[in-house]
Each structure stands twice: as structure tokens, then as C-alpha cells.
Design a protein around this ligand. Structure first.
Ligand code: ADP
Length: 414
């Protein structure tokens, strides 16, 4: 029996079942159900003994596999292989891309050359428990991580499904690192505050001068913790809104003026060094005013902190085609090129001691990056050691609303 109407029905049933699994259990089990189901249905239709009573051999099995099965497997973005008698009889496009086109017909252990995979591909015990897939590191490229799942069809073929876990593992590592870093950042000032409280409880608390000095340190450390918690809350709020496009029209020139005023009012000794050049008649941007204000505070604040005392902090705002271009430039120590790609990572600092001593949380540029991304903008950091740093943000300008026929009619009546 070849590929016929019953096989088609079987595939339809499998697709519906996979959709149900997708809705109830998520994408990975759904893909496995889909791949396994289609492969089993089609292989079963191919593998059924012919009228003459002969079983289809591995090679014949591959040649005889229906084009629909190959097309269905090729449409799956993850690598999938079908193994029979220890040999690869089918590899979808993604598997051929990863392991080479030569793998079809090859010994499965040579096709997937990995110590952790070899015996699983052929032995009876090789079938993986859905909760315990096998991890393969370094297949394809050195840093790639794969999850291998192995299942058997009722007619004796083995389906191997490789799931790329590289991005998932990286995100998981980032999450773990983030929690560890945030806890460490909070623990240090907390330990210092507790130490001072203990000392003040002893005779040191009786000396007014020492007490005042210790209270000042405790206040600074508590402020540091407060800034950190505020930045963490900001970051998580901005991330939560990531997919919601901000819609308020924001006049950036007016906002820069407002932030400039705020710096002047703060009494910071560097505030007088801020010099703004704002082009006239700039269109508004579609933005979140509070977030854009925070972005300006962070960028101008960094230029003031890391630029040399009494050198200008230049804030420019102009138009660059369909975008508004904001740049904040300082003259200072600059940043070595090797640090630039990592500056927007949470808690990444070029000089941790220096950042902490001037009240940095290590989250300022991560917040800026997320705000710019939410506004569909672009962030660029250019720096030269010993000269200074320029941070440029481009934000899409809001297009003026097109007048429609109805608006024109209303205008005429008025
Ligand atoms: P922080 O709170 O430490 O300032 P940020 O995320 O704002 O954290 O910046 C990360 C690091 O990038 C800083 O610790 C500093 O080393 C570096 N950096 C940021 N802006 C500048 C700048 N304008 N000039 C020099 N270095 C900068």
C-alpha cells in the first residue's frame, strides 16, 4: 500500500492533535507530537508489507518515502532525522544544514558525531524520557547547545529531534546572573549598615562626632540601596511594557529644557557645564514622557559623572531624516572599545569601584537601552579613551496626521 487517502486523514488527525497539545502544553511537546505523528503515519503507510509480502528495506524505504513526508519534515524549522537499521533514511532541511547533506544513508553515529548521542541512536534503551532529553554541547558550532529527543515509531524507525537550546540557556544564565548580581549589590550596603548599627550600640554611639560620622555613612548606604531598588523597579516596568508602543506625542526639545532645569535646580556642581543646542521646529515623537525624561537624566547624568570637571556636557537635538537625533557628549576619560558592546548589560561597569563611589547602580545604560527599544529607536555609543564619549539616540518622529475627507468637510462648515 502506498501513500493514500487514509494516510492523509492520519496526517490531518495528527495536525489537529498537535494543535491541541500546543494549546495545552506549549510549543516543544506540540512539535514532537507533530513530527512523531506525521512520521509515524507516513512511515506506516510506506512500511506496510507489499502485496508480495516483502518488507521495504532501509534504502528502498528512503527512496520510497513520500514527497509529502519530506516536505512536511522540511517545513519544520528544527532538525529532524529518521533512522532505520542504524542508518539515516531521512533528514529534513534543517538537519542537512546542521550535519551536512551527506548524512542521508550514513551510519547514524557518524551523522551525529557526539559521545552523548552515539549509543542513544541505536540501542533499544535509547528512547528518551520526555522529561529527560539528552543535552548535546558543541554540535554545529562550539557554543551551540542542543536538546536531543528520541522516539520510536510502531514500525521500528527511530525519530531524532534536535531542539536548539542556545538562546534559552543564555537567557536562563542571564536570569540566574541577574538575581545573583542584584542580591550582591543589595547585600553589600546592607552589611555595612548592620555593622554600623552594631558599633553605634557599643560605646562608639556615645561620642557625638563618631555617631554623626557613622550616621552619614549609614544614610549614604541606605540611599544607595534605595536607588538600586528604584532602578530595578524601573527596569522591570519598562520591560513589562516592551511590546506596547508608546503613543503620547512628546516634544523632545521642551523635555530636554525641562530636564536641564531639573539638573540646574539640583545644585549639582556640574549642572552649569550643560550646554544644549536644540534645533527649531522639531516634530514630536510618539513616546512615554516619563521614560524619555528618565533616559535624558541617565545620559546627561553619566556625562556629568564620567566627564572631566569643568568641561562641557553638550546636549544636541536635531533631525536626521525621519528620525529625531539626540546626542550627549562629554569630555573625559572615555571608554576602551572592548567595553562598548557590554555597557548596556545590567550591572556592567568599566570600573566598579569608581561607579559605586559616585553613586552608580550599573543599571543606567540598561534602562536607556530598554527605553530606546520600546520607542523603536536606535542607541549608539562612540568613545575614545582620553578624549570623551558621545551617546546618540535616534527616535522616529511622529508623522503629522493625514487630513481625511471628513475633517475637511467639518472645517468647511465651520
Ligand atoms: P553606572 O550606574 O555605573 O553609571 P551605567 O549603566 O549608567 O551605570 O553605565 C555603565 C558603565 O558605563 C559605567 O559604570 C561606566 O563605567 C561606563 N560609562 C557610562 N557612561 C559613560 C561616559 N559618559 N563616559 C565614560 N564611561 C561611561
Amino acid at each position: 500500500m502506498g501513500f493514500g487517502i487514509r494516510t492523509l486523514w492520519a496526517i490531518v488527525v495528527v495536525v489537529v492533535a498537535a494543535a491541541v497539545v500546543f494549546l495545552t502544553a506549549g510549543p516543544a511537546p506540540a512539535i514532537i507530537a507533530l513530527v512523531g505523528g506525521i512520521a509515524a503515519a507516513l512511515v506506516a503507510s510506506e512500511g506496510v508489507p507489499t502485496e508480495a509480502g516483502d518488507d521495504v528495506t532501509a534504502e528502498e524505504g528512503h527512496d520510497g518515502l513520500s514527497p509529502l513526508l519530506e516536505e512536511a519534515l522540511d517545513a519544520i524549522v528544527e532538525p529532524v532525522l529518521l533512522i532505520e537499521g542504524g542508518r539515516v533514511i531521512l533528514a529534513n532541511r534543517s538537519a542537512r544544514g546542521l550535519l551536512g547533506t551527506h548524512i542521508v544513508g550514513e551510519d547514524a553515529r557518524i551523522a551525529i558525531r557526539h559521545p552523548a548521542a552515539a549509543e542513544r541512536l541505536l540501542t533499544k534503551e535509547g528512547v528518551t524520557d520526555p522529561d529527560h532529553p539528552i543535552s548535546l554541547v558543541g554540535l554545529g558550532s562550539l557554543e551551540q547547545r542542543w536538546e536531543m529527543r528520541v522516539a520510536d515509531t510502531t514500525s521500528g524507525q527511530r525519530i531524532v529531534h534536535l531542539i536548539d537550546q542556545t538562546a534559552h540557556d543564555a537567557a536562563e544564565r542571564m536570569r540566574v546572573d541577574f538575581v545573583a548580581n542584584a542580591s550582591h549589590e543589595l547585600r553589600t550596603p546592607l552589611a555595612s549598615i548592620l555593622g554600623f548599627i552594631e558599633t553605634l550600640g557599643d560605646e562608639a554611639g556615645e561620642d557625638a562626632e563618631i555617631r554623626a560620622r557613622f550616621l552619614k555613612v549609614m544614610f549614604d548606604e541606605a540611599r544607595r540601596m534605595q536607588r538600586l531598588v528604584e532602578d530595578l523597579i524601573s527596569l522591570s516596568r519598562i520591560e513589562a511594557d516592551k511590546y506596547r508602543l508608546p503613543a503620547q506625542p512628546v516634544d523632545m526639545a521642551e523635555l530636554v529644557d525641562q530636564v536641564w532645569e531639573e539638573f540646574l535646580d539640583s545644585g549639582s556642581p556640574r549642572a552649569d557645564d550643560i550646554a544644549c543646542e536644540l534645533a527649531d521646529d522639531l516634530p514630536p515623537v510618539a513616546g512615554d514622557r516619563a521614560q524619555l525624561s528618565q533616559m535624558l537624566h541617565n545620559l546627561i547624568g553619566n556625562a556629568m559623572k564620567y566627564g572631566k570637571a569643568e568641561t562641557p556636557v553638550r546636549v544636541r537635538l536635531d533631525r536626521d531624516g525621519p528620525m529625531l537625533r539626540l546626542s550627549v557628549a562629554d569630555r573625559g576619560e572615555g571608554i576602551a572599545a572592548s567595553h562598548l558592546p557590554r555597557l548596556t548589560e545590567r550591572f556592567y561597569r568599566v570600573d566598579s569601584g569608581r561607579s559605586r563611589s559616585i553613586g552608580g547602580t550599573g543599571l543606567g545604560l540598561a534602562i536607556v537601552k530598554h527605553i530606546v527599544e520600546r520607542h523603536r529607536g536606535k542607541l549608539e555609543i562612540v568613545s575614545e579613551v582620553g578624549v570623551g564619549t558621545t551617546v546618540t539616540v535616534r527616535l522616529p518622529a511622529l508623522k503629522p496626521p493625514e487630513k481625511n475627507a471628513f475633517e475637511n468637510a467639518v472645517t468647511k462648515i465651520q
